[in-house]
Design a binder for this molecule. Structure first.
Ligand code: PGA
Length: 269
């Protein structure tokens, strides 16, 4: 057995749950509060057998977050944020920021960190991400660290080197697999309809798991993200190297999202 070939320890946050993960990244959607409530209610309605077998999450943007968290209170759906303040976990003079404590206070349980759209449009470096990780962990929020290579790096065969450089952000942190999911999201696969082949994804996931194991983070879950839809989800769900998916566009269409959840639920029995 290679290092990291251990069984995934899919436990996240203080109320640790095991299993596969299907998380919707709503990004800067939907346009209105009414639509966000409709989406939350639809999610709540599918919080039945299928979602019990799979950990389901969504990440509304800040304007909708507290409202959606309240709406989903009492359900098993995990509500996460798309960003967190890196300067303090508490309160203070940080215009435009939202702290980990404030997120936790409204029922948020995890935060996305390092999504490629944050890295690209907000120039978030490993140093910035390290501060955000630190503050999230202090407030006992779990984190979904997003990593992935650009198209140029993919074409040059640099995928694994890029992943190593991005995962290095975890090196000096006191973090365990229970607080962490890693989402492998090739930048060129996000919102394009393109995906790597299954074997390329499995290779990347295996590499991520081995790298984390070598950093003493054993058994962290690795999700795939980038153009996941109701059709390709079936093969992703069947792979022993894919612990779940981070879904953008298809998470806004409740029928598609439900089909993706069901694909994963079918594999956990
Ligand atoms: P997509 O986005 O599913 O629309 O490609 C995924 C993501 O950015 O997390």
């Amino acid at each position: 057995m290679m290092i990291g070939d251990d069984v995934s320890n899919c436990i996240m946050g203080k109320n640790g749950v095991m299993g596969k993960w299907v998380i919707g990244n709503w990004k800067m959607n939907p346009a209105t509060s009414a639509e966000a409530i409709t989406l939350a209610n639809a999610l709540k309605a599918i919080d039945t057998k299928a979602t019990k077998a799979v950990n389901v999450g969504c990440t509304p943007n800040f304007i909708h977050l507290a409202m959606v968290a309240q709406q989903l209170g009492g359900s098993s759906i995990w509500v996460g944020a798309q960003d967190v303040c890196g300067h303090t976990q508490a309160v203070g003079a940080f215009t435009g920021d939202v702290s980990a404590h404030q997120l936790s206070n409204v029922g948020v349980r995890f935060v996305l960190i390092g999504h490629s759209e944050r890295r690209t449009y907000h120039h978030e470096s490993n140093q910035v991400l390290s501060h955000k990780l630190t503050q999230a962990l202090k407030a006992d929020l779990a984190v979904v660290l997003c990593v992935g290579e650009s198209q140029a790096d993919y074409q040059a065969g640099h995928t694994l080197a890029v992943l190593d450089a991005q995962l290095a952000v975890l090196q000096d942190l006191d973090i365990t697999a229970k607080q962490l999911l890693v989402a492998y999201e090739p930048v060129w696969a996000i919102g394009t309809g393109l995906t790597p082949s299954l074997s390329e994804i499995e290779l990347a996931h295996r590499h991520i798991k081995n790298t984390l194991s070598a950093q003493d983070i054993k058994g962290a879950c690795v999700l795939y993200g980038g153009s996941v839809n109701e059709t390709n989800a079936v093969k992703f769900a069947q792979s022993q190297w894919i612990d779940g998916v981070l879904v953008g566009g298809a998470s806004l269409k409740i029928d598609s999202f439900t089909t993706i959840i069901t694909a994963f639920a079918d594999t956990v029995g």
